[in-house]
Design a protein around this ligand. Sequence first.
Ligand SMILES: NC(=O)c1ccc[n+]([C@@H]2O[C@H](COP(=O)([O-])OP(=O)(O)OC[C@H]3O[C@@H](n4cnc5c(N)ncnc54)[C@H](OP(=O)(O)O)[C@@H]3O)[C@@H](O)[C@H]2O)c1
Length: 344
Amino acid sequence: MKAIVQDSYGPADVLAYGEVDRPEAGPGDVLVRVHAAGVDRGVWHLMAGLPYLVRIMGYGFRRPTQRVPGMDMAGTVEATSSGVTRFRPGDRVFGEISGAYAEYASAPATSLEAMPANLTFEQAAGLAISGRTALRAVREMGEVTAGQRVLVIGASGGVGSYAVQIAKSYGAEVTGVCSTSKVDLVRSIGADHVIDYTREDFTDGHHQYDVILDMGGNRPLRRLRRALAERGTLVIVGGESGGRWLGGIGRGVWASLLSPIVAQRLRMQLPEERPDDLRVLRELVEAGKVTPVIDRTFPLERAADAIQYLVSGKARGKVVLTMGGAAAPTRRPPAPGTSSGRPT
Ligand SMILES: NC(=O)c1ccc[n+]([C@@H]2O[C@H](COP(=O)([O-])OP(=O)(O)OC[C@H]3O[C@@H](n4cnc5c(N)ncnc54)[C@H](OP(=O)(O)O)[C@@H]3O)[C@@H](O)[C@H]2O)c1
């Protein structure tokens, strides 16, 4: 089958378009024919082998242990192994799957969910990783409740565009932070207020928030705490400003150490799969409360271009790869005020 393969860590040209054996569905697994696959920062980290920390976390010290990159996708079930009763061949599914940048991929049935009925494969391919991260940030880590003032730093990105919509669906008053060219996008997905970080310092202490979800990642902890209410909650989800050894993890570790001795709750979010996450996301999407924001699609063979586009900082929401060779048309984010674009 056709796939993207990677035999060393490095820049995007370590990715080659080639042939690999089709995977088998092991016990408890589902074999999926992939129609579209999501591109996110995690794929870039595993491509580059940076920060070096990822190499000692089981992804391969000198080269990636997983030759085919890609972590989330949408597709149709091709076959199931014995013991799998939730899915049948032909079902449309989305979810987390190792080796998603290929025509077929195999995953435990527990990592997959029925695709939201109102999404295309391209939209659903960008839902699992970023949507689940945002859901965890809002629900478990931020413990957002109705009426709270929530600041989402990185509101125009893959995770942040979901966090804005999910926090709105919880009844919060949401302020999104992004760069100038993406202000309209963040407003269109339902943010009550938008701050352009190139023009306004949102950490000057003039406004304070009950919950801050930080995906932008480059403000020092002491600045973020100035924007946080006295008993507010800060969740450090990510950021690309750290060094080559530890990446952005330093701020999160420091926050966790400081939290027990201050009134504010300072939390670092680590990746975690919870069984009901994908179902909750599907329900939010089907209820019209969350709509994936897909900026561009690239054909599978242009995976390297897609990753470079994402890390260039131009992407608005998610970038997606499509299988089948032909370049798919660009899909723009929903227009402001459309029912598909606004959470209620
Ligand atoms: N903890 C976890 O479990 C977990 C899971 C997934 C991802 N992550 C991490 O979360 C981070 C965000 O991921 P993503 O997929 O959303 O990335 P993304 O799509 O590239 O989005 C990055 C966001 O950061 C914003 N940003 C960039 N520079 C900024 C600055 N100086 N000030 C404020 N905001 C800035 C961008 O805004 P503009 O484009 O408008 O500049 C954009 O909204 C990454 O570091 C990723 O590794 C963590």
